[in-house]
Design a protein around this ligand. Structure first.
Ligand SMILES: NC(=O)c1ccc[n+]([C@@H]2O[C@H](COP(=O)([O-])OP(=O)(O)OC[C@H]3O[C@@H](n4cnc5c(N)ncnc54)[C@H](O)[C@@H]3O)[C@@H](O)[C@H]2O)c1
Length: 348
């Protein structure tokens, strides 16, 4: 790849000018073929990258190529893909051998959310790939700083946080750890635009990045309301869907305050913030759910009861909705009016 060495003294702009931004020339790999790994592969293949999916157990993932094909065909039916699915699928193969990553320009780690296991995978990736390969972790909440500790090339390690379904969602967060060379983060942001993403560049590492910090603050309060007997899970879900849920694809919290009048929020904050839940441990209800073996739709056991058929229907509906909300959001782009943040609020 035409990327200049990490120790380059050239400004990022000059390095980006020569960086390879043509997906077919940027061989990629995804380590971990679970829920997210699979949809990330679909996104990368659709964008034109040749992709290797690395699995510890190829036998267990025999059905992955068929699943990938089905998702690509669906993308085509939904109008998100105009390339030939047969030729795209040929650009994918599964391997159990880390040495197959030798020619990869970008490698995404998407295995279990466990620091030790992720570090081990990253060191195996580093041992094989070239000095120019970008290594992105799809961690949900592990700070990039911790993933960089003990790494051979921390400057090329960054957080690349995807959202499910990764081949449909416009969401992507690119996170610089303290040792990341910002050139690689800027490079991934540019590449992500070719994956039909609207990437967010998180310049300073923080556990949970942006969306997970927001989402978990909300989930903590949701558990509190249920555990303290104020409402049921379905009450919480109904309120959420019909209030925050309806505007969240149109506006973020700051735009929403602009739209609905700022001073009232300050007044409510004064009274409400001291009463919000600030618990620091996993809610008891959540612990009981996990101990009972509930995994949600995956095993038809969750906060709601499902027959296997109902669980399959929810999974299908979620994907259908993802396509529809994406199409709706496209009619109301983020820059419909402007994206200029009031200048005194810009992060330097
Ligand atoms: N599920 C989501 O919506 C979501 C969203 C954003 C980020 N993430 C993050 O993505 C990562 C993967 O999540 P998921 O939901 O796909 O999980 P998952 O359980 O569906 O998949 C994890 C996969 O990793 C494999 N694996 C485990 N250890 C491995 C190893 N050492 N080498 C190779 N493969 C290994 C497992 O066999 C499994 O196939 C996690 O870090 C998670 O926090 C998930």
């Amino acid at each position: 790849m035409e990327m200049t060495n990490a120790k380059s003294v050239l400004p990022n702009e000059a390095r980006l000018a020569t960086a390879q931004l043509n997906p077919p020339e940027v061989p990629a790999a995804v380590v971990g073929l679970g829920l997210m790994g699979t949809s990330m592969i679909v996104c990368l293949l659709a964008a034109g990258h040749p992709v290797i999916g690395l699995s510890r157990n190829v036998d267990r993932h025999r059905d992955v190529p068929d699943h990938i094909r089905a998702l690509l065909e669906e993308m085509q039916r939904e109008g998100l893909l105009d390339k030939d699915v047969d030729s795209i699928v040929k650009q994918f193969r599964i391997s159990a051998d880390f040495s197959d990553l030798v020619d990869r320009a970008i490698v995404f780690e998407s295995i279990v959310e466990n620091l030790a296991v992720k570090r081990e995978a990253i060191s195996r990736i580093e041992a094989t790939v070239s000095n120019e390969t970008v290594i992105g972790s799809n961690t949900s909440s592990i700070p990039v700083a911790l993933l960089q500790e003990g790494a051979a090339h921390p400057d090329r390690i960054l957080g690349i946080h995807w959202g499910e379904p990764a081949h449909v969602s416009r969401f992507l967060e690119v996170i610089c750890g303290p040792q990341t060379d910002s050139f690689y983060a800027e490079y991934v942001v540019k590449l992500a635009e070719l994956w039909a993403k609207e990437p967010t560049y998180v310049k300073r590492d923080i556990r949970g990045f942006i969306t997970n910090r927001l989402m978990y603050a909300l989930m903590r309060e949701a558990f509190y309301l249920v555990e303290a007997g104020y409402a049921t899970c379905s009450d919480v879900d109904r309120s959420f869907r019909n209030d925050l849920g309806y505007w969240a694809t149109f506006a973020g919290p700051f735009r929403f305050m602009d739209l609905t009048g700022i001073p009232a929020y300050a007044k409510v904050m004064e009274d409400l913030l001291p009463e919000l839940n600030c618990g620091k441990s996993v809610p008891e209800l959540m612990k009981r759910m996990v101990e009972s073996g509930a995994q949600g739709i995956r095993n038809a056991k969750g906060f709601y009861e499902y027959t296997p058929e109902e669980a399959a229907r929810w999974e299908k509906l979620f994907l259908k909705f993802s396509y529809e909300i994406r199409a709706l959001a496209a009619k109301y782009p983020a820059d419909v009016g402007n994206t200029r943040v009031t200048s005194s609020l810009e992060v330097k």
